[in-house]
Design a binder for this molecule. Structure first.
Ligand SMILES: *[C@@H]1O[C@H](CO)[C@@H](O)[C@H](O)[C@H]1NC(C)=O
Ligand SMILES: *[C@@H]1O[C@H](CO)[C@@H](O)[C@H](O)[C@H]1NC(C)=O
Ligand SMILES: *[C@@H]1O[C@H](CO)[C@@H](O)[C@H](O)[C@H]1NC(C)=O
Ligand SMILES: *[C@@H]1O[C@H](CO)[C@@H](O)[C@H](O)[C@H]1NC(C)=O
Ligand SMILES: *[C@@H]1O[C@H](CO)[C@@H](O)[C@H](O)[C@H]1NC(C)=O
Ligand SMILES: *[C@@H]1O[C@H](CO)[C@@H](O)[C@H](O)[C@H]1NC(C)=O
Length: 446
């Protein structure tokens, strides 16, 4: 059993059709494309990612029965159509990093690895190369133009905050935000980019649903939580309606002992050691939590945002569990043929994807968009990107002494924002194609 402490821890391909139809909109789309298509664009579509097909066709787990990969893209070049930006390899990038701890103040203390003496810098000097296309390096000016007048929320745990801080640092070459938080609680930060009228926010909800800590200690010294699996966590659900983009994540907190409630009744628990309470796997709570979080978004009357599920990023403890000497001391990324997603990581990932698909289907009925920010494979390959012992001074007594969960900044997590920007660039085209699809269907019905 692994327990981690983190207390303060797409589709059709009618690009040519786009241009011939309705001139004004087509012009806008084309303009957007000219503006943003510096590199070939590729597009992750509905269905399971390619790397799973690759890594599992030969493995013990038979997922082929529920794997349905549908690909398409907006390429002019048909031979480049099949590109999943989330399947690829890490390749050397001598130009990275694009910020340092002196140019960016947003790096969280425990992820400021250089400050705490990390001796090597090689982990910053890689970029993600998808199989069959390029993922452009983050362009802060372009990002800010796309999100002008919009708002974006990170909903979830400290790994979500880790991504937001990476984003602030990447954007800092153009502008720093001002703090417009409505509470002194660091778990709920709000930032505003004045020149772009862009708002960035974090909502702390590591379990996504209503939860309370009933014992700070608990069976594994990581607390014991009551999780109300069918109840919204109003800390975020009451405020999320106004957001244009919601990036949701959860994972590592579900390793901790907790008691599962449904309809206010105990239905079981995960390693709670309470008499007469059935022990259930963590996937039970994890699935229900995502189901409830997605149900919250799909039920909000005024919510019109795009929901991104940022998929689980595996930790890399080796030679022991997090509290039993486990550490992450590798200094190079894996190649994709050197490791594969298995065990708990695989289960968590598949659980997310299944709930995501259900939510996406439900959302479509209301015109809500759900997108998969599928970071799992890329991060599985980065055992070298964590703070390890460089998240604090050696003499400091911190719970997660060897941190193989979070990611150093700058570091591989910066790539999540390369993915995010690429997805935002695609969004205009994609939603236009969806409309075309819809009007196509209406035409046929007539
Ligand atoms: C299409 O893409 C393939 C693969 O990248 C490339 O080899 C080929 O030259 C491209 N063809 C055109 C017409 O651009
Ligand atoms: C930045 O990192 C350097 C080591 O590369 C360290 O000496 C310095 O204290 C750090 N500065 C801040 C503000 O974290
Ligand atoms: C800023 O954006 C918000 C939407 O996020 C909009 O309601 C507001 O009018 C904008 N303000 C300015 C000054 O453009
Ligand atoms: C557990 O169940 C047994 C048998 O039904 C009962 O005698 C016992 O009191 C229960 N324990 C608690 C703590 O509810
Ligand atoms: C992985 O692929 C690389 C390059 O294709 C090859 O050199 C290496 O031997 C492979 N490693 C394994 C473990 O198959
Ligand atoms: C670290 O803190 C824990 C809990 O506060 C305490 O039990 C332990 O003795 C401390 N260890 C050291 C080396 O100070």
């Amino acid at each position: 059993m692994k327990v981690y402490a983190m207390n303060q821890l797409p589709f059709g391909s009618k690009h040519h059709a786009l241009r011939k139809s309705t001139p004004t909109i087509a012009l806008t789309v084309t303009f957007t494309l000219v503006l943003f298509t510096v590199f070939p664009l590729c597009y992750p579509l509905l269905g399971y990612p390619l790397y799973l097909l690759k890594s599992f066709s030969k493995s013990q787990i038979s997922i082929s029965s529920y794997v349905a990969v549908k690909y398409g893209s907006i390429y002019e070049n048909e031979s480049e159509q099949k590109c999943d930006i989330f399947t690829g390899e890490w390749i050397p990038n001598p130009h990275a990093p694009y910020y340092t701890n002196t140019t960016c103040w947003a790096i969280h203390e425990h992820q400021n690895c250089m400050k705490y003496g990390r001796p090597d810098t090689g982990f910053m000097k890689w970029r993600w190369r998808p199989d069959g296309c390029e993922l452009p390096v983050f362009n802060p000016a372009q990002f800010l133009e796309i999100v002008r007048g919009k708002s974006m929320a990170f909903v979830g745990d400290s790994v979500g905050r880790n991504q937001m801080q990476s984003l602030i640092c990447l954007l800092s070459r153009v502008e720093y935000p001002i703090d417009v938080s409505y509470t002194p609680d660091e778990h709920f930060k709000r930032w505003r980019y004045p020149s772009y009228n862009f708002t960035l926010a974090t909502f702390w909800t590591p379990h996504l649903v209503k939860a309370e800590e009933t014992d700070a200690y608990g069976p594994t010294h990581t607390g014991l939580f009551n999780l109300y699996l069918d109840e919204f966590d109003e800390g975020w659900t009451a405020q999320i309606e106004e957001f244009d983009y919601v990036i949701i994540n959860a994972g590592h907190w579900f390793y901790r002992p907790c008691v599962y409630y449904e309809n206010r009744q105990v239905v079981g628990c995960r390693f709670c050691l309470l008499e007469n309470v059935t022990d259930l796997p963590m996937y039970f709570g994890y699935r229900k939590a995502f189901r409830t979080a997605f149900r919250a978004l799909n039920s909000l009357e005024n919510y019109k945002g795009i929901t991104f599920l940022r998929t689980f990023a595996p930790s890399h403890f080796e030679n022991g569990e997090w509290n039993k000497g486990g550490d992450c001391v590798r200094r190079r990324p894996f190649r994709s043929n050197e490791t594969s997603l298995e065990g708990v990581n695989f289960e968590l990932y598949m659980t997310q994807l299944e709930e995501f698909k259900l939510a996406e289907k439900e959302g479509k009925k209301r015109g809500l968009r759900f997108r998969l920010l599928d970071t799992t494979q890329a991060m599985l390959l980065r055992p070298d990107g964590h703070p390890s012992i460089y998240g604090h001074w050696p003499h400091e007594n911190v719970t997660l002494y060897n941190d193989c969960v979070h990611w150093c900044l700058p570091g591989p997590i910066d790539t999540w924002n390369d993915f995010l920007l690429e997805m935002l660039k695609m969004e205009g085209v994609r939603s236009y194609e969806e409309k075309l699809d819809l009007s196509d269907r209406k035409m046929k019905l007539r």
